[in-house]
Design a protein around this ligand. Structure first.
Ligand code: AMP
Ligand code: ZN
Length: 114
């Protein structure tokens, strides 16, 4: 999609610190990390928000979680624990409208989140 930051990362038009990629997903370090590990997992396909997910995209969402699991293992945070978060729209603080799963770990995380 034109003018989507994360589509530009998928296309290689904007640099990113990519830690993992496969046919369906891409994982790269957040530019403003909120934990020692803060990686964003995105689908290669443009989907703006969770609200825009279509019924035939169930496996794509599953692929995002499998990528998150791979990243957690690669980062060495799988056993200690980590959090996955996907914000949807304004009230949740979504700022980039191409869905992304935050993978956060490497420190104790507070609950509930803000
Ligand atoms: P959200 O607020 O859930 O939409 O998350 C968007 C995330 O994208 C934020 O944590 C930003 O720090 C991150 N971000 C914005 N631009 C970039 C970029 N060029 N490379 C990596 N992460 C980015
Ligand atoms: Zn996009």
């Amino acid at each position: 999609m034109i003018d989507c930051l994360f589509c530009k990362i998928v296309a290689g038009e904007i640099p990113a610190d990519i830690v993992y990629e496969n046919e369906f997903t891409l994982a790269f370090r957040d530019i403003n990390p909120q934990a020692p590990t803060h990686v964003l997992v995105i689908p290669r396909r443009h989907i703006a928000t969770i609200n825009d997910l279509a019924g035939d995209e169930t496996s794509l969402v599953g692929e995002m979680f499998l990528t998150a699991k791979e990243v957690a293992h690669m980062e060495g945070i799988a056993d200690e624990g980590y959090r996955t978060v996907m914000n949807c729209n304004r009230a949740a603080g979504q700022t980039v409208f191409h869905i992304h799963l935050h993978v956060l770990g490497g420190r104790d995380l507070n609950w509930p989140p803000g």
